[in-house]
Design a protein around this ligand. Structure first.
Ligand code: Q46
Ligand code: ZN
Length: 328
């Protein structure tokens, strides 16, 4: 590509226009980890002695996040939700990548099966619901992640959302002026009754940057897109945001970080009085209504929640933390 690493003067593997920074593979990994550490500390994501669970999907973002947290010394465990999406064996392939990675870094992996827990996999729930596939899937994943973390004594739930995900969500929420969502969009969502703290330590990295981190570290991840993602609005919005970024480098990061530092508080204030949570009359998880959205959707789709069905792979720790490709 012709760029020289700014730190060691070696051959650069990435040039980040918005940071005006070119780095070689080794320096990039060091820089990436430093940025993750900075986000964790600045956004008050994790504190000493807390138990953290990483939601992993087999994709580049979540596996890179688990790798980075391990490299930084956090003894994070993994949670994989088997959605049962069978087209192109999507779920099978993503599970395979996750199980392989968990073994590689010798960390415990918990697997929750949607089909066993609710009686139906995601495609069947989608057919029985009037929501869009991603809305059903998102609702199920959020519910399972939070419920699992609470039932298993984790303090913090980490997800691999990157800058592109966050900016696309921000734009979508702003287009519809979804005040409630805007008030809650943050890299750190503090814990409150019935909810563990949720954190997004990769929120400053673009998709390309997490992919480069995964590739340099020899992480095998699922490259196929979820078959339902083809009609997702998010992909459309990401395309538009990439065009804006091309013309005005740095726009995505600025849009999001300025929202966090200057605008979010206004929506938060506006929303503060309005949310009144109580236990769902069916499952007892916190809900804004008598019956929570998850229980309503499951009932409508003809499923039945029988409790989380979890399989745990111990992957006993023989090595310390995750290693980079070069260290293997
Ligand atoms: S898995 Fe689920 Fe995503 Fe597939 S159905 Fe949509 S939400 S696209 S991250
Ligand atoms: Zn409920």
């Amino acid at each position: 590509m012709g760029y020289i690493c700014k730190l060691c003067k070696g051959r650069a593997v990435i040039y980040m226009h918005h940071h005006r920074l070119a780095l070689c593979g080794d320096c990039y990994v060091v820089w990436f980890l430093k940025q993750v550490r900075r986000s964790i500390s600045e956004m008050k994501m994790l504190f000493k002695g807390e138990r953290v669970i990483v939601a992993v999907s087999g994709g580049k973002d979540s596996l890179s996040l688990w790798h980075a947290l391990s490299r930084l010394g956090y003894e994070a465990e993994g949670l994989y939700i088997d959605l049962g999406i069978g087209f192109d064996s999507y779920s099978e392939k993503s599970k395979e990548c996750t199980v392989e990675f968990a073994k590689k870094i010798s960390r415990p992996l918990h697997i929750v099966s949607v089909k066993e827990s609710i009686g139906k996999p995601i495609p069947a729930l989608v057919r029985g619901s009037e929501r869009s596939p991603c809305s059903v899937c998102g609702l199920v994943k959020r519910y399972i992640m939070n419920r699992f973390a609470i039932e298993h004594g984790f303090d913090v739930l980490a997800t691999g959302h990157n800058l592109d995900d966050e900016v696309a969500t921000l734009l979508s929420n702003a287009l519809h002026w979804q005040i409630g969502y805007l008030a809650r969009q943050s890299p750190t969502l503090p814990e409150r009754d019935g909810f563990v703290r949720r954190i997004k330590p990769l929120y400053r990295f673009t998709e390309k940057e997490t992919a480069v981190y995964a590739i340099i570290n020899g992480i095998r991840y699922i490259e196929d897109e979820c078959p339902y993602s083809t009609d997702a609005t998010t992909i459309f919005l990401k395309g538009i945001l990439n065009q804006i970024e091309e013309r005005m480098p740095g726009s995505k990061l600025q849009f999001y970080t300025n929202f966090l530092s200057r605008a979010r508080i206004l929506f938060e204030r506006e929303q503060a009085q309005k949310v009144n949570l109580r236990p769902c009359s069916i499952c007892s998880m916190p809900s804004a209504e008598e019956v929570c959205a998850f229980c309503r959707m499951v009932e409508r789709a003809g499923g039945k929640f029988v409790g989380l069905k979890v399989t745990k792979l111990e992957n006993s720790q023989t090595d310390k933390g995750a290693r980079t490709k070069d260290e293997e």
